[in-house]
Design a protein around this ligand. Structure first.
Ligand SMILES: NC(=O)c1ccc[n+]([C@@H]2O[C@H](COP(=O)([O-])OP(=O)(O)OC[C@H]3O[C@@H](n4cnc5c(N)ncnc54)[C@H](O)[C@@H]3O)[C@@H](O)[C@H]2O)c1
Length: 241
């Protein structure tokens, strides 16, 4: 089988995605700027690790070229992301906003741009962009994160239209809150601002990293052959409340 690249593969969701895809038979390339953690995850799941900053064009292009040459690229999961600050807009630091857009949006753009020509030339392959339910709804005090995830959904739509009918598919997974460090950081910031327990207002339980991994596994499988440009919401129903 061709290889699957998982960016942010050393993180909580990324590691779960890598674990699941390895179990499904993929050769998984665990990509993260945290190279030591990526190496540990790769060893655990029997994959390969690559230390890459996904905001760096040359590093991303070299990564894709290398995987194409050595394995063939079957799937790219653009999962690396950061939450940024939890601050009201009037107080949101510009450099943090730029950093969140660079990590969450520019990385996805660079991944799409590097991978799509290879996949389209072969006429197969799947890209999954890990957005968030913050890509289709607002959330106070998270300007950078919400703006960036809306942009990821937008990039997914553009890419899906460009690949339609070629055998390549591009979809987005939109997790709601998942029990992870990232959601705890967002909640802690929200509590500090509001001085009250407001962050856990959702009426449905938080998801698990395995729930996101299962959605990604489905999207990269042949069962999802007719899914292109999908906004695959994995939130237990919280967004429809
Ligand atoms: N945790 C949630 O509740 C939740 C909900 C919806 C969406 N998401 C999205 O899921 C993805 C993974 O989130 P997570 O909870 O596992 O977070 P995490 O912080 O555990 O993992 C993110 C990983 O991305 C890596 N990373 C960040 N910037 C990078 C860069 N420039 N180059 C390479 N690697 C980089 C980090 O080192 C880290 O290993 C993110 O895109 C996040 O926005 C998370």
């Amino acid at each position: 089988m061709t290889a699957a690249i998982v960016t942010g593969g050393a993180g909580e969701i990324g590691a779960a995605v890598g674990r699941r895809l390895a179990r499904d038979g993929w050769t998984v390339v665990v990509v993260d700027r945290a190279g030591d953690v990526a190496a540990r995850v790769a060893t655990e799941i029997g994959g390969e690790a690559r230390q890459v900053d996904t905001t760096d064009r040359e590093q991303v292009e070299a990564l894709v070229r290398d995987v194409v040459d050595r394995h063939g690229l079957g799937a790219l999961v653009n999962n690396a992301g950061i939450e940024g600050a939890v601050r009201p807009l009037g107080d949101y630091p510009e450099d943090v906003f730029e950093g969140v857009m660079r990590t969450n949006v520019h990385s996805v753009f660079l991944g799409l741009r590097a991978a799509l020509p290879h996949l389209m030339e072969r006429g197969s392959g799947v890209i999954v962009n890990v957005a968030s339910t913050s890509g289709i709804r607002g959330r106070a005090n998270l300007a950078g994160y919400v703006a960036s995830k809306h942009a990821v959904v937008g990039l997914t739509k553009v890419a899906a239209l460009e690949v339609a009918g070629t055998g390549v598919r591009v979809n987005a997974v939109l997790p709601g809150p998942i029990e992870t460090r990232m959601i705890r950081a967002i909640n802690d910031g929200t509590h500090a601002l509001a001085g009250a327990e407001v962050a856990r207002a959702a009426t449905v339980p938080y998801g698990r990293v395995e729930d996101v991994a299962a959605a990604v596994a489905h999207l990269v499988s042949p069962d999802a052959r007719h899914l292109n440009g999908a906004e695959y919401v994995v939130d237990g129903g919280s967004t429809v409340a």
